[in-house]
Structure formats: C-alpha cells, structure tokens
Design a binder for this molecule. Structure first.
Ligand SMILES: [Zn+2]
Length: 268
C-alpha cells in the first residue's frame, strides 16, 4: 500500500506545494498592482495570458518580480511589509529562483520525465526539498499578510466606519478562524481581502470562495483563465477541482483591463 512516506507521492506533493506557493505570491502581487499601480504593463501582460491560454506558474513568478520592483520604486507606506526584502531578488538563491527550479522539475515530470522508481523519486526529492524549504523560509512574511473572507459588514454611522466579521484563512486548512475588524473603507461580503497591516487589498476575482459540488462545501478557488464562452476558470490548487463562473469575467476584465476588454461584458 502506498502511504505519504512513498517518495513517488512525496515528489508529487513537493511539486504541488511549489505551484501553490507560486500562485499565492502571484495573486497577492496582482491584487497589489491592480490597487496601487493599475497602469502597470505587467498587468496587461498578465491579462494577455488570462484571456488566452491561461496563467502558468511562470506568469505568477513574473508578476511577483514586477510587484517587488514597483514596491521598491513607489511609496514605502503602501508596500506590503517584508515583500521587497523577500522577493526583490530573483537570482538562484532567492525564493523565486527556488520556485523556478521546482517549476523546471514540474515541467520535466509533466512531459514524460516523471520519476518511475522509488529510488529515483527519493533522489529527486532530495534535490527539491531544499528548494521548497528555501522558498517557504524566504516568504515567511506571508504569515503577517492574512487572507480574510468577509462574512458580514455593518456600517457604523456614528463613526463612519464599517464593522466586519471575517474568516481568517489558515494555510491549506479548510476552516477559517473568526476575526473582526473596523475599517474606514467599505468591504464587500463574500470576498477575500488580504491585510497589509495598514490596508485591505481585495483579491476577488483572483481568489474566490465558492460552493464546490464535489467537496459538498465552499472552498477557496484560484482563477487561472478566462474562457470566451464559459467565463472564469477557477481551480482549487490542492484538490484539483475546477469550475467556471460567467459573472466573474466582467470583474476580471475590470481588474486586468485586457486589450479589447470592452468585449468582456458580453460574458455576463
Ligand atoms: Zn472541491
């Protein structure tokens, strides 16, 4: 019987983890650029990918590097704390460098080069584990950038603020930790935001919380493509489930402003 200690299974999990971390960095970076630097050419390049074949890990690495550059050039008050220090470099020893090497290993595995024996898997795992450890260590600032699902919002007219009940996502754990916050800006129920400590950055429609008929519960899904007929393709990175949402295509066009984006409302 195969178990989690099977090197073939562990090798697969290693590549999944590299992909999940790349996507997390990518959506944080894209949301930040859309909020703080919406004219960025990096966003229009990402739009080309979203509205064509879909985003890959390589696109997420590129937008992460672009966000780090934009933060380094811009007002330090709006930068995500720890982001520039963690992701301002993309050499072989950096987090992005390690994730790129894991992506090479994934591409090799996907194109017929998957390890076929436990011995081979163990050897390739031994090369890959230091890479994911390095990437996770160098992106540990993400622990201070919580992802928050807005469950309920009440306007407090006396203070002109919004009181929000939130669910705080905990890594890949399916449940959320209850949290509350008072915000000056309005927040929208049902949407994900991340907190930089000083502001809330909206992550929809890159990350959504949607009922999954396969899991029989809502789950966190990442957008990876916009299909001209079916709408936004949403995937659960860790469970592999995929859904399409027609309504979100309009939101995606508003976020990324693709060339010919005026066509996007037809999706609705
Ligand atoms: Zn599911």
């Amino acid at each position: 019987m195969q178990t989690d200690s099977d090197p073939l299974e562990q090798h697969r999990l290693l590549l999944d983890l590299g992909e999940a971390l790349s996507a997390c960095l990518g959506v944080v970076s894209t949301s930040w650029l859309a909020a703080e630097d919406p004219e960025s050419s990096a966003l229009s390049e990402l739009a080309d990918a979203f509205f064509a074949r879909g985003v890959s890990q390589g696109h997420w690495h590129q937008i992460t590097i672009s966000a780090a550059k934009a933060m380094a050039l811009g007002d330090s008050e709006v930068a995500i704390p720890g982001f520039i220090e963690s992701l301002g470099k993309s050499d072989s020893k950096s987090a992005i460098g390690s994730l790129r090497m894991l992506l090479q290993e994934r591409n090799l595995s996907a194109h017929g080069g998957r390890p076929t024996t436990r011995g081979e898997a163990a050897a390739r795992l031994a090369e890959g584990l230091p890479l994911i450890e390095n990437a996770l260590r160098k992106t540990s600032f993400l622990e201070s950038v919580p992802w928050l699902l807005v469950r309920d919002v009440k306007f407090e007219s006396r203070r002109g603020t919004f009181r929000a009940d939130l669910g705080r996502a905990m890594n890949d754990h399916p449940d959320f930790e209850a949290a509350q916050m008072t915000n000056v800006e309005p927040l929208e129920e049902g949407k994900f935001y991340y907190s930089t400590g000083s502001r809330m950055v909206e992550m929809s429609p890159l990350v959504v919380y949607k009922y999954c008929a396969k899991c029989h519960r809502p789950e966190m899904l990442f957008a990876d493509r916009v299909d001209p007929r079916k709408g936004v393709s949403l995937k659960s990175v860790l469970r592999g489930h995929q859904w399409f949402d027609g309504e979100l295509a309009v939101d995606m066009a508003a976020l990324l402003r693709p060339p010919g984006g005026e066509r996007a409302p037809e999706f609705a």
